[in-house]
Design a protein around this ligand. Structure first.
Ligand SMILES: *Cc1c(COP(=O)(O)O)cnc(C)c1O
Length: 388
C-alpha cells in the first residue's frame, strides 16, 4: 500500500458501536483484568496500556502512522514540538557530551543549547550555513549528536542531508533532524541517514492551527532510552490532540501539495514585484540551495520569505495594511499567515545573532495557506501599495 493510503486507512481499533472514525480514548489509566496482568504489564513482560503518560491508543495510532511515514522504527508523541526536541536531546545526552548544531535553528532550540544545557555540562558548537561542508571542523572527541533544521526558519537555508548523514555515520554521531517545515511528505531525513527525526505537530501535521503537539521518531535501539526518559519525566501528548493529529494525517499529502503550489506561485509572482527587494524560496532557481532542494525535497514547501523594500518601518506598515492574511506567530495553517521574525519569533536574539542567521529587519515570513493563490496575492499586493 502507498504511504498516503496507509496514513488514511490505518486505525487503532473499532468498538462494538461500529464507528467509522476512531474514538477518542480520554482516559488517564486502563483497567487490569487481573493482579497477574497488572504485574506482567509493569514488568514489561506483556505489551499493553497502563497509564496515558506511558501510552494510549490515540497516541499509539499517531506514532505508528508517523514512524511509517518517516521510515523509522518507533516514536513517542509529546505535548509540544519543543518538548520533542528537549526530550530527544535530554534522553540521549549526558554531562560532558558535545552537540554540533546548525546555527539556524528554532529560537527555543537556541535557548536550550545556550541557556539550559551549559548548566548541565552539555556543550555545543554552531556551524554556519556557509560552512556546511566543514562540519568536521566543529567535531570533538565527545561529540555525541548533530542537530539541524532544513529548510531553516525563516531564512530557508538548505542543508545537504546526504553529506551530513555520511559524516555522522563515519564518526558515530547521532543525526537529529527537525523536519517541521517539510513533513515526511516532502522530505524523509532517515533515507539520508538521520537516526532521529522530530516534529512540531502544531504546524503542518495539525495543519489547521488548533492544537499544540510534537513527536520524536527514532531507531529502535535509541527508542529504549527515549521511552524511559519520557515515561518518567512526563512530556506525553493528550489523547485528544493525538486524535486531531492522526485524523489530520489523512489529508497531509493533499495539503502539502497545495501549500507548496501556492507558495511557488507567490514566490514567482512576487519576484517580479518592484516593491520587494528579494524573495527567498527553495524552489526558485536563484536560491543558493536550489539544486540541493530539488534533490532532497519533493516540492518547495509552504514558506516564502520576503524582504520588503524600506526596512523595518515598511515591513511593519506592510503587516498593518494586510486585510485577509493573518498576522500571527504560527505557520502551517489552512490560512495564510504573515510574521515579522525580527520583532517576534527571533526578538530574543541580539542584532548580531540575527545577522548571523540571515534575519534582516525587513524580512516577512509568509506561510502560504490553502486559499486560492489569486486571493493571497491580491492581499499582499494591496498591502505593498498601501505601505509605500
Ligand atoms: C514551531 C517550531 C518548533 C516548536 O514547536 P512547538 O510545537 O511550538 O513547541 C520547533 N521547530 C520548528 C522548526 C518550528 O517551526
Amino acid at each position: 500500500m502507498e504511504q498516503n493510503t496507509r496514513s488514511i486507512r490505518e486505525q487503532t481499533s473499532r468498538s462494538a458501536e461500529r464507528e467509522h472514525s476512531v474514538p477518542i480514548f480520554m482516559t488517564s489509566s486502563f483497567v487490569f483484568e487481573s493482579a497477574e496482568q497488572a504485574r506482567a504489564l509493569f514488568a514489561e513482560e506483556q505489551q499493553g496500556n497502563i497509564y496515558t503518560r506511558f501510552s494510549n491508543p490515540n497516541t499509539d495510532e499517531f506514532v505508528r502512522k508517523m514512524a511509517m511515514l518517516e521510515n523509522l522504527d518507533d516514536g513517542f508523541a509529546t505535548a509540544s514540538g519543543m518538548s520533542a526536541i528537549f526530550t530527544s536531546m535530554a534522553a540521549l545526552l549526558k554531562s560532558g557530551d558535545h552537540v554540533v548544531c546548525a546555527r539556524s535553528v528554532f529560537g527555543s532550540t537556541h535557548q536550550i543549547l545556550t541557556q539550559i544545557f551549559p548548566r548541565w555540562g552539555i556543550e555545543f558548537t554552531y556551524v554556519d550555513i556557509a560552512d556546511q561542508y566543514n562540519w568536521e571542523k566543529a567535531f570533538k572527541a565527545n561529540t555525541r549528536m548533530l542537530f539541524l533544521e532544513t529548510p531553516s526558519n525563516p531564512s530557508l537555508d538548505i542543508i545537504d542531508l546526504e553529506h551530513v548523514g555520511k559524516i555522522c555515520k563515519a564518526r558515530g554521531v547521532l543525526l537529529n533532524v527537525d523536519n517541521c517545515f517539510c513533513t515526511p511528505v516532502l522530505q524523509r531525513p532517515a533515507d539520508f541517514g538521520a537516526d532521529i527525526v522530530i516534529h512540531s505537530a502544531t504546524k503542518y501535521i495539525d495543519g489547521q492551527g488548533r492544537a499544540l503537539g510534537g513527536i520524536i521518531l527514532a531507531r529502535k535501539d535509541l527508542m529504549k532510552d527515549i521511552r524511559f526518559f519520557a515515561r518518567h519525566t512526563g512530556p506525553a501528548l493528550s489523547p485528544f490532540n493525538a486524535w486531531i493529529f492522526s485524523k489530520s494525517l489523512e489529508t497531509l499529502e493533499l495539503r502539502m501539495q497545495r501549500h507548496s503550489e501556492n507558495a511557488l506561485n507567490l514566490a514567482q509572482a512576487l519576484s517580479k514585484n518592484a516593491e520587494i527587494e528579494k524573495v527567498i524560496y527553495p524552489f526558485l532557481p536563484d536560491h543558493p540551495g536550489y539544486a540541493l532542494a530539488k534533490k532532497q525535497m519533493k516540492s518547495g514547501g509552504g514558506i516564502v520569505t520576503l524582504i520588503v523594500k524600506g526596512g523595518i518601518n515598511r515591513g511593519r506598515k506592510f503587516l498593518d495594511s494586510l486585510k485577509m492574511l493573518s498576522h500571527t506567530a504560527n505557520l502551517g495553517d489552512t490560512r495564510t499567515i504573515a510574521t515579522h521574525p525580527a520583532s517576534t519569533t527571533h526578538s530574543k536574539l541580539s542584532d548580531q545573532e540575527r545577522a548571523q542567521v540571515g534575519i534582516l529587519p525587513g524580512m516577512v515570513r509568509i506561510s502560504a495557506g490553502l486559499e486560492n493563490t489569486h486571493d493571497i496575492l491580491a492581499d499582499i499586493e494591496q498591502a505593498l501599495n498601501a505601505s509605500r
